[in-house]
Design a protein around this ligand. Structure first.
Ligand code: NAD
Ligand code: AHE
Ligand code: ZN
Length: 368
């Protein structure tokens, strides 16, 4: 079939819309009509050339929601008409990772996904006979996409696509980092570095589980109001204090129980670790840093009981946990609507990338 897709031809060159060819689903694959997609910083990161795995030309986008149009042979869990969210972290329920209780990082298709192709090693997208690569296994900047069955979460039909698409990455990443990765307990103290599309979701996750104190840290003073709306109890602007680590340690009588880095800045990752409480504080890296960047700290920080961890897709097992997060939204337990500050048309996708640098933007969503 033909579909319209935004193609990233090379790093830092504007995306352009094209009528591309899309091959139908092969065995164990499904064809999806996307209804909406969010634009995540990670799309921008890959487009900017900072992603060591970045490949071009590709159809970016990984935060979508839509409807199954067609299923390939052997597909058992999905049928045409199902409402779904594509998963860049699949859940095969068979690999060593899926069978291990401590990770969500299904590896069943990770190698080919990173190469921009489907599990059989080929792309379903082409233009004038030349293959165009998939991205993160999802390519939601196309009106239609093909995914392996294991990379699709079936969701309830009354959930609005233009809101729940954000559960395809940002909401799950932030809320999930608290609930699934950290498994934080009620009464905990928390520091969240970076109050953007991810950090605000960490804050609402911490509020959801009953954190006692939630300290938001951001260099942009306008983010203080955002943080408060989602449950932040204290705000720190690093530019207003001598040393942000000492400041938080003093505020909390020794440091926080949990800290989260939601920026992708390796210096801030160190700050987040070092403001975690001696003996038990855990610091969770969520931000994605550019190629060649490394983190460092004095090993003494770890010897004395702080733990440095990371979280991808919030530690969520997509086919199992994404429908639950959709329920939390539909039941009013989490707020998505107010975080979606901008709605765009497909042809405005480059504006969506520009908006990522605009302080007034938390999340942009394209509605197809
Ligand atoms: P964002 O730009 O919306 O938010 C970042 C915030 O950090 C902004 O409010 C900014 O003012 C603030 N900031 C910048 N420098 C700062 C500093 N030195 N100290 C304090 N605050 C500072 O970004 P986002 O959409 O929330 O994404 C955050 C990161 O998370 C990105 O790197 C993105 O790629 C990554 N991410 C990771 C996952 C995952 O699964 N691990 C998933 C989605 C996104
Ligand atoms: N390709 C990058 C890694 C980027 C990265 O860490 N991606 C996160 C999701 S960010 C979503 O907005 C992730 O899930 N990582 C686990 C994985 O297997 O990619 C690089 O540095 O190579
Ligand atoms: Zn993302």
């Amino acid at each position: 079939m033909k579909t319209t897709a935004a193609i990233a031809w090379e790093a830092n060159k504007p995306l352009t819309l094209h009528e591309v060819d899309l091959q139908g689903p092969k065995d164990n694959e499904v064809l999806i009509e996307l209804k909406a997609t969010g634009i995540c910083h990670t799309d921008y990161y890959t487009w900017s050339g900072a992603d060591p795995e970045g490949l071009f030309p590709a159809i970016l986008g990984h935060e979508g929601a839509g409807i199954v149009l067609e299923v390939g042979k052997n597909v058992k869990s999905l049928k045409p008409g199902d409402h779904v969210i594509p998963l860049y972290t699949p859940e095969c329920r068979e690999c060593n990772f899926c069978l291990h209780p401590k990770t969500n990082l299904c590896q069943a298709i990770r190698t080919t996904q990173g190469q921009g192709v489907m599990p059989d090693g080929t792309s379903r997208f082409s233009l004038d006979g030349e293959p165009i690569l998939h991205y993160m296994g999802t390519s939601t900047f196309a009106r239609h996409t093909v995914l392996p069955e294991i990379a699709v979460a079936k969701i309830r039909e009354d959930a609005p696509f233009d809101k729940v698409c954000y559960i395809g990455c940002g909401v799950t990443t932030g809320v999930g980092a608290v609930v699934y990765s950290a498994q934080m307990e009620a009464g905990a103290t928390v520091a969240v570095f970076g109050l953007g599309g991810i950090g605000l979701n960490v804050i609402q996750g911490a509020k959801l589980i009953g954190a006692r104190r939630i300290i938001g840290v951001d260099v942009d003073p306008s983010r203080a109001e955002w943080g408060r709306r989602f449950g932040m109890t204290d705000f720190v602007n690093p530019n207003d204090v001598d040393n942000v680590v000492d400041h938080i340690v003093q505020m909390t009588d020794g440091g926080v129980d949990y800290s989260f880095e939601c920026i992708g800045n390796v210096e801030v990752m160190r700050q987040a670790l070092e403001c975690a409480h001696k003996g038990w504080g855990r610091s969770i890296v969520i931000g994605v840093a550019g190629a060649g960047q490394e983190i460092s700290t004095r090993p003494f920080q770890l010897v004395t009981g702080r733990k440095w961890e990371g979280s991808a897709f919030g530690g969520a097992r997509g086919r199992t946990d994404v429908p639950t997060i959709v329920d939390w939204y539909m039941e009013g337990k989490i707020d998505i609507d107010s975080l979606i500050t901008h709605k765009l048309k497909h042809e405005e996708i480059n504006k969506g990338f520009e908006l990522l640098k605009d302080p007034s933007c938390i999340r942009s969503v394209i509605e197809y």
